[in-house]
Design a protein around this ligand. Structure first.
Ligand code: G16
Length: 543
């Protein structure tokens, strides 16, 4: 058995998006497609000769086949060693942790996150660097450039590794270490949080339902919540990871985690509900008849994180993606710590975390995390909430109401128009971009536009510049609407419309967000011509 050099040709469409390359699984399965992209990653990061990599994924269809191909390619590219989760499984935060604790040269994470899985659904692959975080734009640009010039790739002939058996084997000179994917991560959680307090909370009769959505978090949640913290067996549901997520859409939001929402809004609801996504980095938090929006969740965690041991000395700062509501900014201001606004994409938090400028980060897209890894972390967010509830002994609804009373409420919603004709979606954005300069002073119903711009980011750590990160329209009185096209879809274009309005009147804090935002929703449509240009009468998903 030897390293083979296989002739290939550049394949179009291998540009990484918000978080790595995401395509239909069948596209990834096409001849040379995966191999080309993997070789481009290897070349784009300066080769993998003598390097050590972590490799794992969320267990979706094609995960194990792809990992075996990647291992054979790593061996043929003279990598020193690969650390692989048993059966090819590693949640994204667990992979990030492993890269950091084992001080590897980075890792390859196989996931299309919250997108459905299966032969006819979605697949994805991304490279994370030695800090454990998603590659920055400089690196993904190099990878993409390489996809356009690639003429061959290297792959070991033979070398089929048994991913089910723990221990070290070899492909040629390269060591392949198959490890238990759960224990290190669970140990880390035990270091960060007051497990005794959370155990006491469960012992007092506090009830939980964690919906793992047949995705990667199931085994992690069973170990941490049930085995280590004493939540009764059965508290974690849909806990067995399946290659097609049981036919579901593993996106933890009120639409796709409807079973959990029905349970939490029904009779005899548990005290606390939570869900995570395909690869375990997103989270949804919900109390009895009380959904917590991701933006509010970030703000509450920023306010009360000091109740958990890992954050007891306070936070260095807080960061949020631009479309996320400003709720966390006001907490930061009250605490006298800096807040940062980054483009969408967890990769933009990496430098801030590495430089010690922030401790907590979060996004409206159901992601929250801290400096414990360099990815967002679904189960971590659930545990921080549980730690806070154990300390406060309040219900989720009481905690949220108390937060709004003290800080005001940023009414918030995101409207998604999915699989829109790509030309129409780009046309809408281009038209709006061209109109931005003329918008100030224009009125839409009761709303007057104060300013409008296209968000761009200057990284305060490495000085890099990221342009065209979303169109923002600010209204007098503090309302805002943001328009951007998703970078994670695999079909047509997804238009995201982010709507926000701050309310500080204590008597007006318990409205339905769609009612509270009705004027802004109407203004957004009038401004961008959503219905006319997309041909859609209503969003596909409202969160
Ligand atoms: C990824 C990114 C997030 C981003 C989300 C949605 O999350 O890491 O930062 O907010 O996609 O991005 P978009 O609006 O471009 O679709 P995940 O969980 O999909 O890896």
């Amino acid at each position: 058995m030897t390293a083979q050099v296989i002739e290939t040709h550049p394949i179009e469409g291998q540009q990484p998006g918000t978080s790595g390359l995401r395509k239909k699984t069948r596209v990834f399965m096409q001849t040379h497609f995966l191999e080309n992209y993997v070789q481009s990653i290897f070349d784009g990061i300066g080769g993998v000769s003598g390097k050590q990599l972590v490799i794992g994924g969320d267990g979706r269809f094609f995960n194990d086949t792809a990992i075996k191909i990647i291992l054979r390619m790593a061996a043929a590219n003279s990598a020193k060693a690969c650390i692989v989760g048993q059966n090819g499984i590693l949640s994204t935060p667990a992979a990030s942790h492993l890269i950091r604790t084992r001080k590897t040269d980075g890792g390859l994470i196989l996931s299309a996150s919250h997108n459905p899985g299966g032969e006819d659904e979605d697949f994805g692959l991304k490279y994370n660097g030695p800090n454990g975080g998603p590659a920055n734009e400089t690196t993904t640009d190099k990878i993409f450039a390489r996809t356009k010039s690639l003429t061959n790739y290297r792959i070991w002939d033979g070398g089929d590794v048994d991913l089910a058996t723990l221990g070290t084997t070899h492909i040629g000179e390269m060591a392949v270490e198959v490890i238990d994917p759960i224990t290190d991560y669970a140990d880390l959680m035990e270091e960060l949080f007051d497990f005794d307090a959370i155990r006491a909370l469960f012992a007092s009769g506090f009830t939980l339902r964690f919906d793992a959505m047949h995705a990667v978090t199931g085994p992690y949640a069973c170990e941490v919540l049930q085995n280590r913290l004493g939540a009764p067996v059965g508290s974690v549901v849909n806990e067995i990871p399946l290659p097609d997520f049981g036919g579901g859409h593993p996106d933890p939001n009120p639409i796709w985690a409807k079973d959990l929402m029905d349970c939490m809004y029904g009779a005899n609801a548990p005290d606390f509900g939570a869900a995570s996504d395909g690869d375990g980095d997103r989270n949804m938090i919900v109390g009895k008849s009380c959904y917590v929006s991701p933006s509010d969740s970030l703000a509450v965690l920023a306010d009360l994180a000091h109740l958990a041991p890992a954050y007891s000395t306070g936070l260095a700062g807080v960061a949020r993606s631009m479309p996320t509501s400003a709720a966390a900014d006001r907490v930061a201001a009250a605490k006298g710590i800096p807040s940062f606004e980054t483009p969408t994409g967890w990769k933009f938090f990496g430098n801030l975390l590495d430089a010690g400028k922030v401790t907590l980060c979060g996004e409206e897209s159901a992601g929250t995390g801290s400096n414990h890894v360099r990815e967002k972390d679904g189960l971590w967010a659930v545990l921080l909430w549980l730690n806070i509830l154990a300390a406060k002994r309040m219900s989720v609804a009481e905690l949220l109401a108390d937060h709004w009373q003290r800080y005001g409420r940023n009414y918030y919603s995101r409207h998604d128009y999915e699989a829109v004709d790509s030309e129409a979606a780009h046309g809408l954005v281009n038209d709006l971009r061209a109109a931005l300069a003329d918008l100030p002073g224009q009125t839409f119903g009761s709303l007057t536009i104060e300013r409008a711009d296209e968000f761009a980011y200057n990284d305060p750590v490495d000085g890099s510049h990221s342009a065209a990160q979303g169109l923002r329209v600010f209204f007098e009185g503090g309302a805002r609407v943001v328009f951007r096209l998703s970078g994670t879809g695999t079909q047509g274009a997804t238009l995201r419309v982010y709507l926000e309005q701050l309310e500080t009147d204590p008597s007006k804090l318990d409205k339905d967000p769609q009612d509270a935002l009705a004027d802004i929703i109407a203004a957004a449509d009038a401004l961008a011509g959503i219905r006319a240009k997309t041909g859609r009468n209503a969003p596909d998903v409202i969160t």
